[in-house]
Design a protein around this ligand. Structure first.
Ligand SMILES: C[S@@+](CC[C@H](N)C(=O)[O-])C[C@H]1O[C@@H](n2cnc3c(N)ncnc32)[C@H](O)[C@@H]1O
Length: 244
């Protein structure tokens, strides 16, 4: 049977039905990924790199579950979403059931280190590490320990107004970008290899009191990373998995 290519707009509409976090906590740097960013990220993972359909996918720091739910909709064999905040995990679980993808997703409340096992693909929108220093690095490290391929969003070092403006004109703009020197070295040190970096505009409503503007706009880079020792799909070799 041939695989149905799901139009990105269809995916975006589905993701927009997953609620935002109603009670974002500053300490955990909680904000909800906009549907257009989530759908683009998943689309690249699914149709450019073929890392979603039939794969074991992990959403680290899943929040209300937009990435996990999108991955399940695209045809992941199994998805795990984990977040330290019980309240958002409950929202994610209810949304997945409402959207009829609940059967292929396991939801876990806990810290990143509560999980064991191996995953084909990790997708994550980690805290940027502004409130809790190095939170982004902890996510990257854990993602590379658990997954063969990692799709991770990081704030770009480009803060130029003109650049942000140039993205505003086209809602769908996404361009190849250079990795930050720091992340490049850090990822290499973790045994990872960057396969691609894609820049896009992140536009989120004012979430925290220290956000001065009604809307927050900045450039994010999607890092596509492969663990150097990764060779084949886990589903071919290790059909059973343990969740600790
Ligand atoms: C920027 S939010 C992204 C949420 C969701 N993935 C999205 O994109 O809409 C980061 C998430 O990581 C979670 N988080 C932060 N530290 C964590 C930890 N140590 N273990 C598990 N989850 C954590 C937060 O609760 C939050 O929901």
């Amino acid at each position: 049977m041939s695989e149905r290519i799901i139009p990105r707009r269809e995916l975006e509409i589905l993701i927009s039905k997953v609620p935002e976090n109603p009670n974002p906590k500053v300490k955990l740097e909680q904000y909800t990924i906009p549907p257009e960013v989530a759908s683009r990220m998943l689309y690249i993972a699914c149709y450019v790199y073929r890392d979603i359909v039939g794969k074991r996918v992990l959403d680290l720091g899943c929040g209300t579950g937009r990435l996990a739910i999108g991955a399940a909709y695209l045809g992941a064999a199994e998805v795990v979403g984990i977040d330290i905040d019980r309240e958002v995990v409950k929202i994610a679980k209810d949304a997945a059931n409402d959207l009829e993808v609940g059967e292929s997703i396991y939801w876990v409340t806990g810290d990143l280190y509560a999980l064991r096992g191996r995953y084909d693909t990790v997708i994550q929108n980690p805290p940027f590490g502004v409130q809790r220093r190095r939170a982004d690095r902890i996510f990257l490290k854990r993602a590379l320990e658990l997954g063969f391929k990692v799709y991770s969003l990081h704030k770009s070092e480009v803060h130029d107004r003109e650049v942000v403006k140039s993205f505003r004109g086209s809602r769908d703009k996404m361009v190849p970008a250079k990795p930050s020197r720091f992340l490049e070295t850090y990822i290499r040190g973790l045994g990872g290899e960057i396969e691609g970096v894609y820049a896009m505009l992140m536009r989120i409503p004012r979430v925290f009191h220290f956000h001065r503007k009604f809307r927050h706009e900045f450039i994010v880079n999607l890092y596509v990373i492969r663990r150097k020792d990764a060779s084949k799909s886990l589903l071919d070799s290790h059909p059973t998995e343990e969740i600790g």
